[in-house]
Design a protein around this ligand. Structure first.
Ligand code: FES
Length: 117
C-alpha cells in the first residue's frame, strides 16, 4: 500500500527528512533527482538517520558513522568505534543494512510503500 508522505518540492535535492507513517519512522531523501526511502532507525543502535549526512545516495549515521546506501540498503561502512569497543560491538551487533521502501512521485505527491514486518 502506497501512502503519501510529502509533497513534491518539500525536500530539496540532496536533503533528507524523517516522516512518521503508520507508526513507522521513515527516512525520505532526494538524490540524483529521485526520491528514496528507508526505515529511519540506524540498525546499529537506533539513531535517527535523518539527523545524519547525505552524500549522493549514501547516508551517514550521526551517532557512530555507519553508512548505508539508500538505493539498495546495503552497508557501506559499519560503526566507527575505537579499538576494543569496536571489537566487542561487532561481536554483538553484526553489520546489517537498512530496509529500503519503494517510492513513487505522482500528481505532486511523494508516496512510500508500507510493508509489514
Ligand atoms: S547508531 Fe548508527 S552507527 Fe551507531
Amino acid at each position: 500500500m502506497f501512502v503519501e508522505v510529502a509533497k513534491e518540492g518539500d525536500i530539496a535535492e540532496g536533503a533528507m527528512k524523517e516522516v512518521t507513517v503508520g507508526g513507522q519512522k521513515v527516512l525520505l531523501a532526494r538524490a540524483g533527482g529521485r526520491y528514496l526511502a528507508a526505515l529511519g532507525a540506524c540498525p546499529h543502535m537506533g539513531a535517527s538517520l535523518a539527523g545524519g549526512r547525505l552524500e549522493g545516495t549514501v547516508v551517514t549515521c550521526p551517532r557512530h558513522g555507519s553508512q548505508f546506501d539508500l538505493a539498495d540498503g546495503r552497508v557501506v561502512r559499519w560503526a566507527q568505534l575505537p579499538g576494543v569497543v569496536a571489537a566487542i560491538g561487532k561481536a554483538i551487533k553484526k553489520p546489517r543494512g537498512i530496509r529500503v521502501l519503494a517510492v513513487r512521485a505522482e500528481a505532486g505527491k511523494v508516496l512510500v510503500e508500507l510493508t509489514s514486518g
